[in-house]
Design a protein around this ligand. Structure first.
Ligand SMILES: Nc1ncnc2c1ncn2[C@@H]1O[C@H](COP(=O)(O)OP(=O)(O)OP(=O)(O)O)[C@@H](O)[C@H]1O
Length: 455
């Protein structure tokens, strides 16, 4: 019943460039056969010495890297060496390690060094494809971070964000379905992964599915899986994302985009806690926590009958609303500094200063793209900054100038900067003045103006 109509759709591959490195040619052939069904470009290599050149020649995004390349040297050291080499030259490339029985410790060492994941050889085909798909998503979303890094993300101290995270801490421990609301770029993904990481399910998978990016025709097979022969291109039994998340959490992003006829299928899964693969009649139980997110007004969508009310109530046991950045401006400057430091580190540009008065403009701007926009603009600015100074024009923004409130923000910023710098230099006025690019008398005048005393 899922025959030829879907053939064309299933032949559409994920656009990604993947390199598999292993000294055993059979392994390369097998990996290529499996991966090429799903991914666009698969390059294989049996000599690790050519890795860097190959990554460069094919603009590789993901490397599946064996850990041993010579008979008699099976301690995984060479894998670690190659991992470091790739990271040094191509820090944006994501690496999945392939390891044999008995070498998990070495693979874990690799994860600590920044590899995204590891696969045991001989691998399970479904898991291989699944892991690579997850990594493609990380590449796409620019989130090639390890779990540890995600946890260190900047949260802020504004009442608006603290309130959300206070509820989140309580909710995380439960299995309640959570609906995260918020404009694009407000940190919904970060919050969802935080909920998972704080839950008892943390050691199990966290599976992110962007329903907004998922073609309607792929919805069922992707989420629920399919049996061999269910449609022309279904060459083997394949688990869907719900099964992949077994024991863990599934994060259904952009839930508001699911068309009505598919909402009922989703509702069935949520109600029965079972999934039925396409082409099968057997219902398989799944133990999965469900977190959803959207930037659409769900109540309005329910009112307009675009979203099923029963499904809405089921996903909405608890809802958490992330404030837009313009409503948490208390966090803006600290978050700006956080991203500057992060990108200065990434691009190895040393420490960067910020043009005087820049914070005024930052505070004036509305940030319609929220944290993502701030992050992207800072990245751009760090790249464009000259002589160690970030200027307004590096951000590529235009904002009207010179109102009373802007002046106040500017003064406030200046006062805080002086206080912080004095603190940093333990009240030493000469060193503070030098750090701020002021003469000592000028600094004293400003300290007097702001009533700053040395503690
Ligand atoms: N608290 C935070 N600390 C550091 N970075 C953050 C924080 N919140 C969000 N970001 C960054 O901002 C960007 C957007 O965050 P995220 O993807 O979680 O938002 P979103 O609401 O899921 O966006 P969208 O709705 O567009 O998918 C990401 O690159 C993320 O790393």
């Amino acid at each position: 019943m899922y025959g030829s109509v879907q053939l064309g759709i299933f032949m559409k591959k994920i656009n990604s460039r993947i390199l598999v490195v292993d000294d055993q040619v059979e392994v390369l052939i097998a990996a290529k056969m499996i991966l090429k069904r799903t991914f666009e470009t698969i390059v294989t290599l049996d000599n690790p010495k050519d890795i860097l050149q190959t990554i460069n020649d094919h603009s590789i995004e993901i490397v599946l890297l064996d850990m041993n390349f010579r008979v008699g040297y099976e301690d995984g050291k060479e894998g670690i060496y190659r991992l470091r080499e790739i990271q040094e030259h191509f820090p944006q490339v994501k690496i999945i390690l392939m390891t044999s029985y008995g070498q998990v410790e070495r693979a874990v060492e690799g994860i600590k060094l920044g590899a995204i994941d590891y696969m045991m050889k001989p691998w399970d085909n479904e898991k291989l494809v699944h892991t690579v798909k997850e990594t493609v998503q990380l590449v796409r979303k620019g989130r090639g971070k390890t779990v540890a890094e995600k946890e260190t993300s900047f949260r802020g101290t504004s009442p608006a964000i603290l309130a959300v995270y206070k509820v989140a801490e309580r909710v995380a421990k439960t299995d309640a379905n959570v609906l995260i609301l918020g404009e694009n770029g407000t940190g919904k993904f970060i919050l969802a992964s935080h909920l998972h990481n704080q839950s008892a399910r943390r050691a199990k998978p966290f599976i992110h599915v962007d329903l907004g990016a998922l073609h309607e025709n792929l919805f069922e097979s992707e989420l629920f899986g399919y049996a061999k022969g269910a449609f022309t291109d279904a060459r083997q039994d394949t688990a869907g994302r719900f099964e992949a998340a077994e024991g863990g959490t599934i994060f259904l992003d952009e839930i508001g985009n699911v068309p009505l006829h598919l909402q009922s299928k989703l509702l069935q899964v949520l109600q029965n806690r079972t999934v039925t693969r396409l082409g099968e009649s057997k219902a398989r139980p799944v133990d999965v926590r469900i977190i959803t997110a959207t930037n659409t007004d769900m109540e309005a969508a329910v009112g307009e009958r675009l979203f099923r009310e029963d499904l809405f109530y089921r996903i909405n046991t608890i809802s958490l609303s992330l404030p837009p950045l313009r409503e948490r401006k208390e966090d803006l400057l600290a978050m700006f500094d956080y991203f500057v430091a992060q990108y200065a580190d990434k691009y190895e540009v040393g420490s960067l200063a910020v043009e005087q008065g820049l914070s005024t403009y930052l505070m004036q701007y509305e940030w319609p793209g929220n944290i993502r926009e701030l992050q992207n603009r800072v990245e751009r600015a760090v790249i464009l900054a000259e002589d160690g100074l970030i200027r307004w024009e590096h951000l590529g923004l235009t904002v009207p100038m010179s109102t009373q409130s802007q002046d106040n923000v500017l003064l406030d910023f200046e006062r805080k900067t002086i206080e912080k710098t004095l603190e940093k230099y333990s009240g030493n006025v000469s060193r503070t003045a030098t750090a701020l690019g002021l003469s000592r008398p000028a600094l004293y005048r400003k300290m007097e103006k702001y009533h700053i005393r040395i503690k």
